[in-house]
Design a protein around this ligand. Structure first.
Ligand SMILES: NC(=O)c1ccc[n+]([C@@H]2O[C@H](COP(=O)([O-])OP(=O)(O)OC[C@H]3O[C@@H](n4cnc5c(N)ncnc54)[C@H](O)[C@@H]3O)[C@@H](O)[C@H]2O)c1
Ligand SMILES: CC(C)=CCC/C(C)=C/CC/C(C)=C/C=O
Length: 551
């Protein structure tokens, strides 16, 4: 207990010292982090190889690339993210400065998971370091109502505490990466502001008794509840990046839909159009090789241990065998004749997870794969067909290379199926009918979604990444990380003039005062209307002057 108290206490003291006060300091820390990633690339890739059997290419493109992208985005945009944001004002506040100032929360705890052990720790760390505003300069509101612009003028003349301190807790399950982060981060970042705590459940439990100003936890839902309960004791806000069963619906009726569309458009001979359609999709529907290749990539990457991997497929029974054939062909294309020998295919992280996944195969119809080797934690890419919605494999998140196919009659039943379960972290739909895609989006809910591909929404850094309901709360990535780790403080700066206006709100009250207050507070003028009123007034003044000057 004492140790954790010391770590967090030191981080809080460092935060309060104002060491991380300037934008320049935070940018420097981000630059140092980038230098660490570039200089220690070999060590990072080696740790990922030891923990998850990730080959160099996969480790780089799945983990390091995302971190470098996030760093570049944060460093480029930090000055504009950190600037106070002007807001629209009303008639009572039109002379004042009104803006939202992002301030850092204080000491943040980042708890990572083992499946992308480098990225899931460093990516949130970037946002937490960056967060907070820039009042180090002198900011003025330029423009009247609506405060069109906030401008940084002059040299810094007063300072305030900015940028969070961050306690980093990598997952003990990926022990090599965890140790590497504990060794490297203090070499490149301020040691007191950004301490690393290693260890397992006892250490995390102890850490969670401490008071933090925000906790970002990545991991399973059950532990997410433990984290939230511990945070509640201190009223600490949480971001929970959890998991769940992400469905993937394949629309097999695409070609027929298009046939109809082409006919309705008045095309007599649709064969040429359908041929073009087939050329685009490989086959007639979304069960095409192209779609199945994308699904195979996202399902079996990192041996299925990806939070947003398509967990299971929903499709009509008529296309099931085509889907299986196309996925099998892709597996051959990706991993060759002997998957075990492929450097691109990872392993299950440990024996506990290995046994859990193997137990999900019991009683299932294995259409492909199914080979396992406990000694090396190897499970071959596996496809299960005609899977019952009530079976064990359809109850919990699989988090392994097992892909069940569940039959549905069509999109209506698919939507019903998805909505009858917990809200997933991701949702995938394959169809070249845009209307159907939009319908699935509007009639379901999930943390994020991609149509006609998988995983890829998580790579768009301008989009928030996070879950909803059982799959989590809050989000991060890019500017959303900055916002997650900042408090959005409402700032109104008035002067001591025009006291007469305030009489409206001071006692004693009267109906007349209330009517004027209503006018000043509730009346909304848009810029065009204000402009017109100004022009009309100008016209009246001009008319009066003309009349006076030329009687
Ligand atoms: N949403 C996301 O971004 C995301 C990313 C990766 C994984 N996940 C989800 O995470 C799950 C897999 O991760 P995991 O949970 O096996 O990872 P894990 O075992 O690494 O646990 C995550 C963290 O929680 C801590 N922890 C574990 N048990 C604890 C306890 N009893 N009390 C306090 N702390 C505890 C660990 O020390 C670790 O740092 C899957 O459900 C997956 O979908 C989600
Ligand atoms: C190689 C490319 C273009 C993308 C892969 C990125 C990737 C591995 C995303 C998954 C990230 C994530 C939040 C995983 C959670 O377990």
């Amino acid at each position: 207990m004492e140790r954790m108290q010391q770590v967090v206490g030191r981080a809080r003291a460092a935060f309060s010292s104002g060491r991380c006060r300037s934008l320049e300091f935070r940018l420097q820390q981000l630059k140092n982090l980038e230098r660490m990633v570039r200089e220690k690339e070999k060590e990072i890739l080696a740790a990922l190889q030891s923990d998850l059997h990730k080959c160099g290419h996969n480790a780089y493109s799945h983990e390091v690339m995302g971190v470098l992208g996030e760093l570049a985005l944060a460093m480029e945009n930090l000055p504009s993210w950190a600037a106070p944001q002007p807001v629209k004002k009303n008639l009572l506040t039109m002379r004042d400065e009104a803006y939202i100032y992002p301030e850092p929360l204080g000491v943040v705890l980042v708890i990572g998971a083992w499946n992308y052990p480098f990225m899931l720790v460093v990516q949130p760390l970037i946002g937490a370091i960056a967060a907070g505003g820039d009042l180090h300069g002198v900011w003025v509101c330029v423009g009247a109502m609506g405060g069109e612009k906030i401008a940084r003028v002059g040299q810094p003349h007063w300072v305030c505490v900015l940028g969070n301190a961050v306690v980093v807790k990598p997952s003990e399950v990926s022990e090599h990466t965890s140790q590497l982060l504990a060794d490297l981060l203090p070499q490149y970042l301020d040691e007191e502001l950004y301490p690393v705590v290693t260890g397992g459940v006892p250490e995390t439990t102890e850490l969670l008794t401490q008071r933090f100003d925000h906790i970002l936890y990545t991991g399973n839902t059950a532990v997410g509840k433990i984290v939230m309960a511990a945070a509640a004791k201190h009223l600490t806000p949480v971001t929970l990046e959890l998991g769940g069963k992400s469905p993937c619906y394949i629309d097999g009726a695409v070609s027929y839909t298009h046939l109809d569309v082409y006919k309705r458009q008045g095309h007599e001979d649709v064969s040429g159009l359908l041929w073009a359609h087939r050329w685009q999709w490989g086959l007639e529907g979304a069960e095409s090789p192209c779609c199945c290749r994308r699904i195979t990539w996202g399902k079996y990457m990192n041996c299925g241990q990806t939070c947003i991997a398509p967990d299971y497929i929903l499709c009509e029974p008529s296309i099931q065998s085509q889907v299986v054939e196309n996925i099998k062909a892709t597996l051959q294309e990706f991993y060759g004749e002997d998957v075990k020998k492929s450097p691109d295919y990872e392993r299950i992280v440990n024996k506990r997870h290995f046994r859990r996944i193997v137990s999900l195969l019991e009683g299932q119809k294995i259409a492909h794969g199914g080979e396992t080797d406990e000694a090396s934690c190897f499970i071959a890419p596996t496809i299960l067909t005609d899977v019952s919605a009530e079976s064990k494999v359809m109850e919990e998140e699989i988090f392994g290379p097992v892909l069940p196919i569940v039959s549905v009659k069509g999109v209506d039943e698919a939507i019903e199926f998805i909505n009858s379960r917990e809200k997933p972290l991701a949702l995938y739909v394959f169809s070249n009918d845009k209307k159907l895609i939009k319908r699935v989006i509007s009639e379901t809910s999930s943390g994020g979604m991609t149509a006609n591909d998988v995983i890829m929404h998580s790579t768009v850094l301008d989009m928030p990444f996070g879950g909803v309901g059982n799959s989590g709360m809050g989000a991060y990535h890019g500017k959303h990380s900055f916002e997650t780790f900042s408090h959005h403080r409402a700032c109104l700066i008035k002067d001591l003039k025009m006291e007469g206006m305030n009489k409206l709100r001071y006692p004693p009250g009267s109906q007349k005062k209330l009517d004027w207050a209503k006018f000043f507070v509730l009346k909304r003028f848009d810029k065009v209307r204000l402009g017109l009123i100004f022009l009309a007034l100008l016209g009246v003044v001009a008319a009066v002057m003309i009349k006076v000057m030329f009687p």
